[in-house]
Design a protein around this ligand. Structure first.
Ligand code: ZN
Ligand code: ZN
Length: 365
């Protein structure tokens, strides 16, 4: 029997286990990554319980799509195409585009034949190590990797992926220098949006949450939020009016998970002709209390945000590596495969008395 590696595996029914899988070998034209750390994403919980809606997602699967590691072995073709060598530290763009469909040929990122590491390549396929919950993973040709600095803890670098989303959504919202931006929902993705809005030149960023979010709102202030609002304890419309001298927000970004109450609220927090970006998923629940006449009469722009682009990922990698914000505030808790149950419980916010802004799984010593 050949060498094995350990990997967390999701079976799609709310259960997970740690398995020994055969160690991957570099696919033709690809490479093997020694995974150092993977960020646990809020969507990993939905995946654990049966799926997030990624086209082609499969089970059992090694999850994990916020992947940082070192090139362990690489084919000459991949070394040439990716510009990296054995030992280099990289992050992996989880989207693997086919390169052959009409979208790919025209440079449109909406590939119709894409694979997504951590979702669509199951454990039946070759070694099965296609996600960051494995100690090593195989990388196919056409993978996008970005080189990362060596002097930053791998767990901190995993935020490149939520940051790539945040940068794309800030771009989609049209945030301008000097803008006031409200971020609703102080989870890891919301906090990344705060950082990205600031990087885009927003002069005032306000983060809102609920009474259960005390630690997260504190993290928002540590990351430079001008103000935070607990919408259960304070009237957010009055608070924002006071902060902005009645101008209200140029852009409201909704990152609140599950609750739909933030959507009618966003429409009242934004100024006339302002923009509301919706990126927090609501499990397909309809929105109650939304007066669309307000969108019409106040001439608002409504924008959806999902995922990132190769360009926003490049900007995110530079921003995370630059130290232009305090990464240590965003890193949260670090677990190993031996303590993955704790990590998943933190992700589900089900550990009494503990709340984490983010969880990373770190492999190795
Ligand atoms: Zn993610
Ligand atoms: Zn394609």
């Amino acid at each position: 029997m050949g060498a094995t590696v350990r990997a967390g595996v999701f079976t799609g029914d709310g259960k997970w286990d740690v398995r020994e899988l055969s160690a991957p070998r570099p696919p033709a034209g690809g490479a093997v990554l020694q995974v150092e750390a993977v960020g646990l994403c809020g969507s990993d919980l939905a995946q654990l319980h049966g799926g997030v809606g990624v086209p082609g997602e499969t089970f059992p699967v090694v999850p994990g799509h916020e992947i940082v590691g070192r090139i362990d072995a690489i084919t000459a073709e991949a070394a040439d195409a990716w510009g990296v060598a054995e030992g280099d530290r990289v992050c992996v763009d989880e989207i693997l585009r086919c390169g052959a469909c009409a979208a790919c040929r025209s440079g449109d990122p909406e590939c119709s034949g894409m694979h997504v590491y951590g979702y669509t390549l199951g454990i039946e396929r070759e070694s099965g190590c296609w996600g960051g919950y494995a100690e090593q993973m195989a990388l196919l040709p056409r993978t996008n990797v970005h080189r990362l600095p060596n002097d930053i803890p791998a767990a901190e670098l995993t935020m490149f992926e939520p940051m790539a989303n945040a940068i794309y959504w800030v771009q989609r919202s049209g945030v301008q220098v000097g803008d006031t931006v409200v971020v609703q929902g102080p989870g890891h993705q919301g906090l990344a949006c705060l950082v990205a809005a600031r990087a885009a030149g927003a002069s005032c960023v306000v983060v809102t949450g609920t009474s259960g979010d005390t630690a997260r709102l504190e993290a928002a202030r540590a990351l430079g939020a001008d103000a935070t609002i607990d919408v259960e304890a304070e009237d957010p419309v009055a608070c924002l009016g006071e902060i902005t001298g009645g101008r209200m927000a140029d852009v409201v970004m909704d990152l609140a998970a599950v609750t739909t109450a933030t959507i009618p609220l966003a429409v009242t927090l934004v100024r006339n002709r302002g923009t509301v970006l919706l990126a927090g998923l609501k499990h397909f629940k309809p929105v109650e209390g939304l007066l669309t006449d307000l969108i019409v009469l106040r001439q608002l722009t409504l924008v959806g945000g999902a995922g990132f682009t190769p360009a926003s990922m490049r900007v995110a990698v530079d921003l995370v590596a630059s130290g232009r914000f305090d990464r240590s505030v965003l890193v949260g808790d670090v677990v190993t495969l031996d303590t993955l149950d704790e990590g998943i419980a933190l992700l589900a916010r089900s550990l009494p008395g503990r709340d984490s802004v983010h969880v990373s799984l770190v492999h190795g010593s």
